[in-house]
Design a protein around this ligand. Structure first.
Ligand SMILES: Cc1cc2nc3c(=O)[nH]c(=O)nc-3n(C[C@H](O)[C@H](O)[C@H](O)COP(=O)(O)OP(=O)(O)OC[C@H]3O[C@@H](n4cnc5c(N)ncnc54)[C@H](O)[C@@H]3O)c2cc1C
Ligand code: FES
Ligand code: FES
Length: 1355
């Protein structure tokens, strides 16, 4: 058939209005690669390549023949094969506006509303919003939230993005004074020194959205689409052929001829298999032109969907049906819609097909359980005819296998109407609610004998409980003929517990949780049906009101927020931007895609690409390396191994205990063994995979517990001790002991590690463009590896797409290797790690295990603490000692403890070295502190019902306070107290933050409402917690507390500012320009920062430890003051003159207009030996109050409200500081409630991308979020009375963790459990559910540890 058919090999599509014709394009090439490498459009970013982050979002538009309308929709360019784009218009972020041309309102608003920090996510978010507005110019907030389900941002905490785009919605934000009649919030604004959120940005200046001005659909494309003659496409590359026939007959013949061919519609499954599972599909069959597979037909039995209909299409058809049909007919449709609500993100649903979901046959498919309980009918077809099969458990014949014959395709699926006495529900439980794959997914259908509650038919289908979606036929069968009541429930629970079991070693783990979920979800179904039966007037058991909330479907509330900050003093000149909410200087460019990140730099001439060869074993001797296959692969240039290092192969951050390339031995999975250089990225990566390593495996140490058992520690153990521990415990009325584990965290900066090394050809000079927080460390590492002096290496950093500590020391792993390759080949070499490599190789936040013994008085006053911390440092020391020291410096968090000892042990394990991460050990140290103080409060044993009577022991404006709030307040530091490291606390603002937080959050009323809610609800519980933080500001390594700056004034008056800090989204450059603008007295528009470079400011400390504004700000001030002093005489001589006049006059007078600045923090220097000396320059303080609601049956929780009060001194820029508070808080929410790294017992990281590792998404932000920057709190220890803000607020997210613990406590109380209990971090849905011990958990006891090999271990 292929032979007799006429094939076209020309692909025609449009990019930003321009026609593109590609002859025989490569079927393996994605739209993202095409845009970035072939069209040179770098605005669309690569964040993950698996459809999980949205950084690559673009809009597709096409003309629909049937409706004669244009369809606009957002997609992930990283998964879209270019071959699938015939006659499609692609719009990228560059296509809608630019700084040079004109900004699109979508770009302008996100930038001006401070919704872009590092900016790497911004183009994707802009395009999601743009696509929404193209289809719906007046969206609701809910539409917007749906549009963003597939976009992630690691910096902003999402609030400012929502705030920016709320201005487009019906609910709408501020009209920017356009609505003169009803009164705009801006016009009505009372002048006050407290400004609400709308004033963080000025809506008045926003360009209006004018849909008539949008880029038009290319007329030529319209004509082509309308006149489209049937044509079949055939594209062939060296590995793959893409066949896109124009009729069903040919399609079926092709499938018959190529039974192994893959049918590709959305490529959301196949794309992942090819990229990450290394699977090659030589023949791709695309049914895009086949009407039969795209048809939707309404029949008398239901709706028939062509298998290639997208999920979005299905959603809209079902919604329409639900709106028009009688309710009893739409039970199945509603169940499907409920699943689709939480199915991936919109970009995926817009392309993924129903048939793709069915045929992938994934055991955690969210739709298949519903299709099964609804007895959907599938039409299968091959060239000889069709057959109809019912979708039941015989359809799936094994893991990812169906009963389809290889020559057959799925033509359509019929989804039936429900019947009058049928009830259907569907459930999906995943770690994160939005865009996450299921842990357990289920659908249930029951049909009753008319007029009764007697079960006539029951179908229960579960995903996540076996290798296929299964039906609990045994349970269902035994319940037929029974009455829907408590007895049936009891039997169903024990039957399900027996029928749906998992082996303790099952892939995916979470065995107890998954088993419990099967019962919990059935219970929800039971209650829902009972409720409906009662609603129909049937005589069924009454439903107690306290269980009703368990039947409610989750509906997110529209988030709201308030930001409070202090305005600049009245009379401050408009030109003086210090203290004002100035927009991030690159924000507009970030929103238009014009901001250049490392991998966005155009190719250098002769440039090559590098791919890493890494270890697949955690601990092994390398027996041999065979690169012969790699050498044969296309585009191969060279391999590099340890012997290729011209200088030193040993390296490290503090001590040199690492290698550039592993030498004879590997000590973690992901250990870099070598590299392959080739002409393109694809060729380099393919060749790297062809390198074969033979190992002799050695016993690895993976977990902290294994390290403790083997006494595998790095030598440097730290102890900090103050007071008399023994006497303290003697004095105590009570002593309790406890322990907790805190999981690690992946940085998940949206831009992965990237380096371009360019040899300059002379004197070994090398220029390195790199995404790093530590240019100087990079420079020295490269120089050492190359065996050349550091003065030959220039490291340049324009900006990073996020860092968070992950690019402080670990970025040299890649940059050194790339530099070695460039040096060897004397050609430019580039590498940007794929997300999975980045996660595998570069380490993250240290997992910690804390053990404590705490002594306290009856009043709750703590008198003694003995705490030991064990961190999982991994296979090298890196920064682990300093991180442990910071944990010890924060072991008391914000509480005064007279007698205390803290010990820190660094576990040497076979994991990739863990490293710096925002907070640097502080959050782990403090979380353990909050755990013991919670235990103290809980062990004081005040029963819930007596909580009202617990009076106030500490005077406070809020009146009564309650345990554990009371215990915290009682122990809180006061002015003049001294820390365990003997630093006296001065200018302490903890109490002010505390009081403001309590009053702003309405704690008292909230607590009362929570108690009442918990009394009234058995299966949903609310919890509340107030958590303080005190964060020491300074590097704990004394020598790092220094910074430099270099300022040039050019004769035209423009200023070039350089300092030692790097820009990673935190707004450092913006703040530095503000500082320079104030000191020089020139408008900020005259000042420019181009980059950070080791050639301009040498020997810089990494941009870390929150101190960069303090240190670099002081250095910038120093340099600018020098220049100012030099200009003063010219100002005095010509007071009416302009800045330019003075500059010119000085120049002609031969005065240097260039100055460097320097700063070192005075009076620092702590000594562990003597426990004396000032460890910190000052402290940043904050307090947060959070409320959560927990679904005790599933473990899901929602963040109801958070109120944060943060002392940032006199803010240099309140918009940036609030951005830091919110971003850090949400990163903390991820750390403490969501993000879980899974390692196999062999030390293999199993979570290597956004599909399996979940950072907070838009839907995770607290519904009500208040951030207040403490007013009138000048700090005399830092630049212009400000305070550091990058890290300190992160820990405040522990308020969410302890609010969850508070809610669990309430659930446990209903099961008769009281007193302290252990809750490890993160408080994941699994941990929450398991801790809410009840009748269902009891039916699923955990297997005894040690009797099986678990899928993953707690490292
Ligand atoms: C980020 C992300 C999130 C996801 N989230 C979810 C989720 O929440 N829930 C969930 O269930 N799944 C999820 N998935 C999985 C996937 O999106 C779905 O399974 C989707 O429906 C697949 O459709 P597709 O058109 O993209 O499939 P493709 O990748 O195009 O094809 C998938 C498979 O189906 C076969 N196939 C497709 N059509 C036919 C046909 N007509 N006849 C025979 N074989 C056919 C193909 O040969 C191939 O083997 C997610 C995937 C990604 C990447
Ligand atoms: S890069 Fe495409 S979704 Fe992440
Ligand atoms: S601004 Fe969103 S990831 Fe950095």
């Amino acid at each position: 058939m292929e032979v007799s058919h006429t094939w076209d090999d020309e692909l025609v599509f449009f990019v930003n209005g321009k026609k593109v014709v590609e002859t025989n394009p490569d079927p393996d090439m994605t739209l993202l690669t095409y845009l970035r490498t072939k069209v040179g459009l770098q605005g669309t970013k690569l964040g993950c390549a698996e459809g999980g982050c949205g950084a690559c979002t673009v809009m597709l538009s096409k003309y629909q023949e049937d409706t004669q309308q244009l369809l606009h929709y957002a997609i992930n360019a990283c998964l879209a094969p270019i071959c699938s784009l015939h006659l499609v218009a692609v719009t990228t972020v560059e296509g809608i506006g630019s700084v040079a041309r004109q900004l699109h309102p979508v770009q302008e608003r996100i930038a001006k509303a401070h919704g872009s920090q590092c900016g790497f996510c911004t183009p994707g978010i802009v395009m999601s919003m743009y696509a929404l507005l193209r289809t719906n110019p007046t969206p609701h907030m809910a539409d917007m939230e749906e549009a963003f389900q597939g976009n992630l941002c690691r910096c902003t905490g999402y609030r400012p993005i929502l705030e920016a785009y709320k201005t487009f919605t019906v609910e709408g934000g501020c009209c920017g004074r356009r609505d003169q009649n009803s009164g705009c919030c801006m016009t009505n604004q009372e002048v006050d020194d407290e400004k609400p959120s709308s004033m963080l940005f000025n809506t008045a200046g926003f360009a209006p959205l004018d849909p008539t001005q949008e880029v038009i659909f290319p007329p030529e494309l319209m004509a082509l689409s309308k006149n489209q003659k049937t044509c079949s496409l055939r594209f062939q590359s060296e590995r793959t052929v893409w066949l896109q026939p124009d009729n069903l007959d040919t399609f079926l013949h092709l499938k018959w001829k190529h039974p192994e061919a893959r049918v590709v519609v959305g490529n959301t499954e196949v794309g992942i298999e090819v990229k990450f599972k290394n699977i090659l599909y030589p023949v791709i069959l695309a049914p895009a032109f086949i009407p039969e597979l795209h048809r939707v037909e309404h029949t008398s039995d239901g709706i028939v969907f062509g298998a290639a209909c997208t999920l979005s299409q299905m959603e809209s058809v079902l919604k329409q049906a639900v709106a028009t049909l009688p309710p009893h007919q739409t039970e199945v449709f509603l169940a499907l819609l409920e699943q689709l609500r939480w199915f991936a993100g919109l970009q995926i649903r817009n392309v993924a097909a129903i048939g793709g979901n069915i045929m992938t046959a994934s055991p955690i498919s969210d739709l298949n359980p519903v299709f099964m309980v609804a007895s959907c009918k599938l039409t299968l077809m091959d060239k000889d005819g069709s057959r109809v099969v019912q979708m039941d458990d015989s359809f799936f014949v094994g893991y990812r296998r169906t009963l389809l014959r290889p020559q057959e395709v799925l033509l359509s699926i019929e989804v039936p109407y429900s019947t009058r006495n049928q009830f259907v529900s569907a459930f999906k439980q995943s770690p994160r609610r939005e865009d996450d794959i299921s842990v357990v997914t289920a659908a249930m259908s029951v049909t009753f004998t008319p007029g009764t509650c007697v079960v006539e038919d029951l179908k229960l289908s579960y995903g996540g409980m076996a290798a296929t979606t299964v039906m609990a036929t045994n349970t269902a069968g035994k319940l037929l003929g029974r009455c829907w009541g408590e007895e049936l429930l009891d039997d169903a629970s024990s039957l399900l517990a027996k029928e749906l079991t998992l082996h303790p070693s099952v892939p995916g783990g979470m065995v107890t949780y998954r088993q419990t979920l099967t019962l919990s979800l059935f219970y929800k179904f039971y209650l829902t049906v009972l409720h409906k039966l009662r609603g129909q007037g049937l005589n069924v058991e009454t439903l107690p009101s306290d269980v009703l909330s368990a039947t409610e479907l989750y509906h997110p509330e529209t988030p709201s927020s308030v930001q409070i900050y202090q305005e600049v003093p009245k009379g401050q000149s408009q030109d003086d931007v210090l203290g004002r909410t100035m927009m991030h200087l690159s924000a507009l460019k970030q929103a238009t895609g014009e901001a250049v990140y490392c991998d966005d730099m155009p190719l250098f001439e002769q440039e090559l690409y590098l791919a890493l060869v890494t270890s697949s074993k955690a601990h092994a001797r390398i027996l041999s390396i065979d690169s012969s296959a790699a050498e044969q692969s296309p585009g191969f240039v060279c391999c590099l191994f340890a012997g290729d290092i011209p200088g030193s192969n040993t390296c490290g951050t503090i001590v040199h205990d690492e290698t550039v390339f592993a030498d004879r031995q590997v000590t973690c999975v992901g250990h870099i063994i070598g590299a392959v250089v080739a002409d393109t990225q694809l060729h380099a990566q393919r060749a790297a995979k062809a390198v074969k390593i033979h190992y002799e495996e050695l016993q690895p140490i993976v977990t902290i517990q294994e390290a403790i058992a083997a006494q595998s520690f790095y030598q440097q153990k730290r102890t900090m001790q103050k007071g008399d521990l023994e006497a303290g415990f003697k004095q105590a009325d009570h002593v309790l002991e406890g322990e907790m584990h805190i999981g690690g965290q992946e940085h998940f900066y949206l831009e992965t590690h990237a380096t371009v090394a360019v040899p300059r050809g002379e004197d070994d000079e090398m220029e390195i463009f790199v995404s790093t927080q530590a240019p100087s460390h990079t420079q020295f590492s490269v120089a050492e590896a190359l065996g050349i002096p550091a003065n030959r290496v220039a490291v340049r950093v324009k900006r990073m797409g996020g860092g968070f500590g992950g690019k402080e020391s670990r970025s040299t792993l890649l940059s050194t290797v790339v530099a070695v390759a460039a040096h060897k080949l004397q050609r430019p070499v580039r590498c940007m790690l794929d997300r999975d490599e980045d996660m595998l190789i570069t380490g993250g936040r240290h997992p910690f295990y804390g053990k404590y013994k705490v002594g306290f008085l009856k009043s709750g006053k703590i008198v003694a603490l003995d705490v030991s911390y064990y961190s999982n440092a991994g296979n090298s020391l890196d920064l682990s000692l300093a991180i442990m020291e910071r944990a010890l410096f924060h072991m008391e968090n914000a509480y005064r403890i007279p007698n205390v000892r803290g010990r820190g042990f660094l576990c040497r394990t076979n994991l990739p070295s863990n490293t710096a991460f925002r907070g640097f050990g502080g959050p782990q140290g403090m979380l353990v502190a909050e755990s013991w103080i919670t235990d103290v409060a809980q062990s004081l044993g005040v029963p819930t019902d007596k909580v009202w009577e617990v009076g106030l022991t500490v005077p406070n404006q809020c009146g009564k306070l309650f345990i554990p709030l009371q215990v915290r307040r009682l122990n809180l530091y006061k002015e003049g107290d001294s820390t365990p490291y003997n630093q006296v606390l001065e200018q302490i603002t903890l109490d002010r933050c505390w009081d403001e937080c309590l009053s702003r959050s309405g704690y008292r009323e909230r607590r009362a409402a929570v108690e009442l809610y918990n009394k009234q609800n058995r299966w949903t519980k609310r919890g509340l917690a107030v958590i303080p933080t005190k964060f020491g500001i300074s590097y704990t390594a004394l020598f790092l507390n220094q910074a430099g700056a270099l300022v040039h004034i050019y004769t035209d008056g423009s200023v070039l500012l350089t300092h030692g800090g790097t820009e990673m989204g935190q707004g450092l450059h913006t703040k530095m320009v503000q500082v320079a603008s104030r000191v020089l007295g020139v408008p900020h528009s005259k000042i420019h920062i181009s980059e950070t470079s080791t050639s301009t400011v040498p020997n810089t400390s990494p941009t870390a430890a929150s101190v960069s504004s303090d240190l670099n700000g002081a250095a910038v001030k120093n340099a600018c003051q020098k220049l100012q002093e030099r200009l003063d005489p010219y100002k005095s001589k010509n007071p009416q003159g302009s800045w330019e006049d003075w500059v010119k006059a000085a120049y002609f007078d031969r005065i240097s207009l260039s100055a460097n600045g320097f700063y070192k923090t005075p009076d620092l220097g702590y000594d562990f030996e003597t426990n004396s000396g000032r460890a910190f320059n000052y402290f940043s303080y904050g307090v947060a109050c959070s409320e959560v609601e927990v679904d005790c049956l599933t473990g899901a929780h929602k963040n109801v409200s958070s109120t944060i009060v943060m002392d940032v001194g006199i803010s240099l820029n309140p918009a940036i500081d609030i951005g830091q508070v919110e971003g850090a808080f949400m990163q903390g929410v991820g750390l403490f409630t969501l993000e879980e790294l899974h390692y196999s017992p062999d030390g293999v990281l199993l979570t290597r991308g956004p599909g399996s590792y979940k950072i907070p998404a838009f839907g995770d932000i607290p519904t009500h979020l208040t951030v207040s920057l403490l007013r009138d709190a000048p700090n005399d220890k830092a630049i212009f009375a400000s305070k550091a803000v990058g890290e300190p607020p992160l820990f405040l997210a522990a308020s969410v963790f302890f609010a969850i613990k508070d809610a669990i406590k309430a659930a446990r109380a209903d099961s008769g459990l009281a007193g302290p209990f252990r809750l490890d971090s993160p408080a994941s849905a699994e941990r929450i559910r398991n801790a809410c011990s009840d009748r269902f958990t009891k039916l699923n006891p955990s297997a005894k540890p040690g009797t099986f090999r678990p899928w993953s271990v707690q490292v």
